[in-house]
Design a protein around this ligand. Sequence first.
Ligand SMILES: [Zn+2]
Length: 107
Amino acid sequence: MSNRRPFTAAEKRAIAEKCDGRCVDCGSDAGPLDHDHARPVWGGGETSVANGVLRCRDCHAAKTAREATARAKADRIRKRLAGRRVGNHQARNRRARRRACAIELPF
Ligand SMILES: [Zn+2]
């Protein structure tokens, strides 16, 4: 169900160029810088140059912590919908994805 995949080397280069080699949050260019999803995969974000950003380790960890509540809510919605015996799997998964994507993210 997850569409998570790593960024390709070409995507990483394009993301680094787009972000001018700096963390999008604090502007630091001191490595290591992670290639991160601006909108997280669990929240419907794609693995693409458009959704990719550079983040230093500290800002990446801070973002993950800020997302925890929204992510837990998305997980609860997915679980609830998965347990419902209505419609077929694909319709249910689509609905769960839509609901998860509609959650307001704290950034
Ligand atoms: Zn940073």
